[in-house]
Design a protein around this ligand. Structure first.
Ligand SMILES: *Cc1c(COP(=O)(O)O)cnc(C)c1O
Length: 395
């Protein structure tokens, strides 16, 4: 059929560039030891950093939530779908982040992607100036496009460039937006410097803490706790499908910002509320994150990170050092990264290769992620296998 020809051509081009992606099917819950496509594998690729995704208490809480509230919410939040479970969860998030924000209030979203589209479109209209960090997550890039604001991109971590841009740009509404932990590098954004600039130039600082929430900070509050920041210029986004082990996201900010989102954020207003049972389960997730068990899991995760950094022996491949669960090995070419991922898979270790456009050209990598439910033996197996593999891969 004629309509299919350009799509088939496009797919062939992806094959030629080794950029076609495919999925593997997991038959077991998200965990270090999983069954994928009929094979038993040791996995280092989930974002379940605290190992909560299959935690018995969360499974039980979800069951209880379904029994109490049913399965579907039946409507959008502003019509009829806003349940007591959602309301309680929002109160808990506002309390959890209260140390870092002025007059905090929180809003729960179905996904982080929706939260990011919502925040950027509602805060940065066509008259606004939006300053975006170069390595921001795709959902922030799409949010910036949808916002129709004037967009300036500043280089990765380049606070000086951002300051020059803020100086010359005269719009009344200025919004700086950044990932706190860059998802493919594990680097932390220089949030204290960014916040200082935002306060000086009267700009919002929107922080996407998808990979920090639950992991960073003594209580797992995330990047704001890690850096000990507090400001009414902050708009904080935490996602709940990663360390929190469930799904969804929340935005926490000054109550007026949240009220504005409620009135203006189209992805929020025109979408069915998430099942209340998920919100109910997330209350337990928040208990786990902020309690003793969360502290122990964060401490164990830090031990595993140190172990990997101390024991991995690489020559031309390079482990990016980061204090987070994201520990990528930069390889370079798509071909070689795919080869490494395939060789690991043959040896029972599951780490997919990450290729452009998710990351810049010629920086294809293995994105290793650690979880608090990995053991020291799991990490030793990874370090031994990967260290032995590089000389083979390089001939
Ligand atoms: C995963 C991720 C998101 C999207 O969150 P979802 O809840 O998965 O939609 C947003 N920002 C960053 C940095 C992410 O890594």
């Amino acid at each position: 059929m004629e309509l299919l020809a350009p799509l088939e051509h496009g797919l062939r081009q992806l094959d030629e560039k080794r950029l076609r992606r495919s999925r593997r099917i997991a038959y077991t819950p998200c965990a270090p030891h999983v069954t994928v496509d009929d094979r038993h594998m040791l996995a280092f690729c989930s974002n379940d950093y605290l190992g909560l995704a299959a935690h018995p208490r969360l499974v039980e809480a979800l069951r209880e939530g379904a029994a109490r509230y049913g399965v579907g919410s039946g409507g959008s939040h502003l019509i009829s779908g806003h349940s007591r479970a959602h309301a309680l969860l929002e109160e808990r998030f506002a309390e959890f982040l209260a140390t870092f924000l002025e007059a905090p209030r929180a809003l729960y979203f179905c996904t982080g992607y929706m939260a990011n589209l919502s925040v950027l479109t509602a805060l940065a209209g066509p008259d606004a100036e939006l300053f975006c960090e170069e390595l921001n997550h795709a959902s922030l890039i799409d949010g910036a496009r949808l916002a129709r604001a004037n967009v300036q991109v500043y280089a990765h971590g380049d606070v000086d460039q951002l300051e020059r841009l803020l100086q010359v740009r005269g719009a009344k509404t200025k919004v700086v937006v950044t990932d706190s932990v860059f998802s493919m590098d594990g680097h932390l954004a220089p949030l204290p410097q960014l916040l200082e600039l935002c306060e000086r130039y009267g700009a919002w600082l929107v922080v996407d803490d998808a990979h920090g929430f639950g992991v960073l900070g003594a209580h797992g509050c995330g990047a704001l706790e890690h850096f000990n920041l507090r400001s009414s210029n902050l708009v904080y986004i935490g996602t709940l499908g990663k360390a929190a082990g469930v799904s969804g996201a929340f935005v926490a900010a000054h109550g007026t910002v949240i009220e504005w989102l409620l009135q203006r954020a189209r992805p929020y207003i025109y979408s069915t509320a998430a099942p209340p049972a998920l919100a109910h389960a997330l209350l337990t997730s928040l208990d786990l994150i902020s309690g003793e068990e969360g502290s122990q899991r964060r401490a164990h995760l830090q031990h595993l990170i140190a172990q990997l950094q101390a024991t991995l022996r690489l020559r031309s491949w390079k482990l990016l050092l980061s204090p987070t669960a994201i520990q990528p090995v930069i390889i370079g070419s798509n071909e070689e990264a795919l080869g490494a991922a395939a060789a690991l898979y043959d040896r029972g270790i599951w780490i997919p290769a990450i290729r452009p456009p998710t990351i810049p050209a010629n920086t294809a990598r293995l994105r290793i992620t650690l979880s608090a439910v990995h053991t020291a033996a799991d990490v030793a197996q990874l370090a031994d296998t990967l260290s032995a593999l590089e000389p083979l891969a390089n001939g």
